[in-house]
Design a protein around this ligand. Structure first.
Ligand SMILES: Cc1cc2nc3c(=O)[nH]c(=O)nc-3n(C[C@H](O)[C@H](O)[C@H](O)COP(=O)(O)OP(=O)(O)OC[C@H]3O[C@@H](n4cnc5c(N)ncnc54)[C@H](O)[C@@H]3O)c2cc1C
Length: 492
């Protein structure tokens, strides 16, 4: 793959086919009235209104694509986002490398440019209820009626399923002292992790920095652990993070004193396994230790100990403990609770089930779901027909499908056409070394549909000279990131 292919994959190469954005114009004139609590009620009006919840990759690209495909500005778009700025998770692990090339500000984006370039209203408020019957969304500031609703609210952590015996105080402690680092909220979790690494270094830098990837089974009792399939936002993220902290250890001269330990419930990395195992052994031999089949029971945040189930020589289970210095506990994940709140049909982790070959919910064709909260019917791998797979929860997916959704919604409103989903791509890139050269791993997935409406998947893992990690991917990730964020937040 060439560097320019990253931009093709991101869909940037097709941008010229969309109509250009329109300047700021007066929005839909709607009768407004206040209720007894002085909350504004925005009624539906003649101009069709699309309300989008979530200003991440999914929501933003749906919003801008509607406008790009509505040259006469006949559709009103209101995007509701609870934060005033967005911290991008892709590439955010590079912050933990401690390299001066990657600073927190590089990952922060604001909504001003999009509002300037397109006639999109961005309302900073938290959505607290959705009423599909009255087609209305409730925020703390006002209630807004919609003709079409797009839900792109991302994910939430699910500590309760994983640690049913933890109370709220312990969950708060886990999020502060062992943050998952998977949610974008202003970059707080990443800042906490980096601060802990710095404290660890100042205290001598001796010990284990433990990463526990999202687990694939839940401890029940000493005799059994049960399989559990949760939503996984960017499955390679924990292994990429191990590499970035490995890079940090080397940069700070802590080899031999500090190491990264991955305690994984699976028997091999849960994404790009051959690629990460090759990377660990080639680039981080004594710096990253991979432990598979790890059965986590609990964490004692006072003594900094991890409790887990182990087996002795007589094949008897027993409870063991392992000390840590810094802990990144990646909890189970679930779809945003807004999906359940909207009363849509969901799967086991609360993701919205989509109608066949569509981007709207099975339960309501006026409600589109984009990004990590959406669930597609499983597809077949072209080269392995018995293997089935889904669409990855990734920014690249949210970006590309946001663009598709915007086009489909505009076509539906302006032309009365309810188009099916065609081909789309989703890539997944991981940075594994920052200095002296940028090395990365890339996987490209392509999705299409056959005549029966079944999804077909093809997957390609890039290798150069039999190595899964290479500078083409390393440099390509940086280009890709600049391209998708620049386009999403109207930077060019
Ligand atoms: C460490 C890490 C590395 C990653 N690397 C990659 C990568 O290399 N490539 C890749 O393709 N993907 C990567 N991802 C995955 C990617 O970040 C997500 O898949 C992507 O952000 C999903 O987009 P989204 O729009 O669905 O959700 P989000 O980006 O989470 O956006 C959801 C938005 O909705 C808002 N929101 C939520 N609830 C409400 C509410 N009630 N009211 C108002 N607003 C609300 C949130 O504030 C947020 O801004 C990575 C993720 C992590 C954690």
């Amino acid at each position: 793959m060439q560097r320019r292919d990253f931009l093709h994959l991101s869909g940037l190469a097709t941008l010229g086919t969309f109509a250009s954005g329109c300047g700021l114009q007066k929005t839909n004139e709607v009768p407004e009235k206040k209720d007894a609590n002085l909350k504004t009620q925005r009624k539906r009006a003649e101009k069709k209104r699309v309300v989008i919840v979530g200003g991440g990759f999914g929501g933003m690209n749906t919003a801008t694509s509607i406008k790009q495909n509505d040259p006469e500005n006949r559709i009103e778009v209101v995007l509701i986002e609870k934060n005033t700025h967005y911290f991008t998770c892709p590439m955010s692990n590079t912050l933990l490398s401690g390299s001066k090339q990657f600073q927190k500000d590089d990952f922060l984006f604001y909504y001003w440019d999009v509002q300037k370039k397109y006639d999109i209203e961005v309302l900073h408020a938290e959505v607290i209820a959705i009423d599909r019957e009255s087609q209305s969304v409730e925020t703390l500031r006002e209630n807004i009626e919609y003709d079409y609703l797009v839900l792109a609210p991302g994910i939430e952590y699910d500590y309760k399923t994983e640690f049913s015996h933890w109370d709220e105080a312990k969950i708060r402690r886990a999020s502060l002292e062992a943050p998952g680092g998977l949610i974008s909220d202003g970059g707080v979790e990443h800042a906490n992790l980096l601060a802990q690494l710095e404290e660890f270094k100042d205290a001598g830098g001796e010990g284990e920095i433990v990463i526990i990837p999202q687990r694939t089974k839940i401890y029940k009792n000493l005799q059994e652990s049960v399989e559990y399939k949760s939503l996984v936002r960017c499955a390679p993220a924990s292994y990429e993070r191990a590499c970035m902290i490995g890079d940090w250890i080397k940069r700070n001269g802590l080899e031999g004193k500090a190491k990264v330990v991955l305690l994984d419930s699976a028997s091999a990395p849960q994404a790009k396994a051959p690629a990460f195992l090759q990377t660990f052994s080639d680039l981080y031999k004594d710096v990253i230790e991979y432990v598979g089949g790890f059965d986590l029971i609990d964490v004692d945040f006072d003594t900094k100990e991890i409790l887990f189930r182990d087996m002795d020589d007589d094949l008897e289970y027993f409870i063991a403990k392992r000390k840590y210095s810094v802990l990144n506990l990646i909890p189970l994940q679930k779809a945003s609770s807004l999906i359940e709140m909207a009363g849509l049909k969901t799967n086991s982790w609360g993701g919205a089930l989509l109608a066949k070959q569509k981007l709207y919910s099975m339960s309501d064709n006026r409600v589109y779901v984009i990004g990590d909260s959406a669930v597609f019917e499983k597809g077949y791998y072209k080269d392995k027909p018995k293997k089935r797979g889904g669409v990855p929860a990734a920014a690249q997916t949210a970006y590309n499908l946001g663009k598709e959704a915007g086009y489909m919604i505009a076509q539906r409103i302006l032309e009365g056409k309810d188009l099916p989903l065609g081909k789309f791509a989703a890539g997944c890139f991981s940075m594994v070394q920052v200095d002296p050269s940028k090395l990365g791993i890339s996987i490209n997935k392509k999705f299409s549909y056959n005549k029966k409406g079944e999804m077909l998947i093809s997957e390609e893992v890039e290798q150069v000279n039999k190595k899964y990690y290479h500078t083409i991917a390393g440099e390509g990730i940086v280009d890709w990131f600049g391209g998708v964020t620049g386009d999403t937040f109207a930077k060019f």
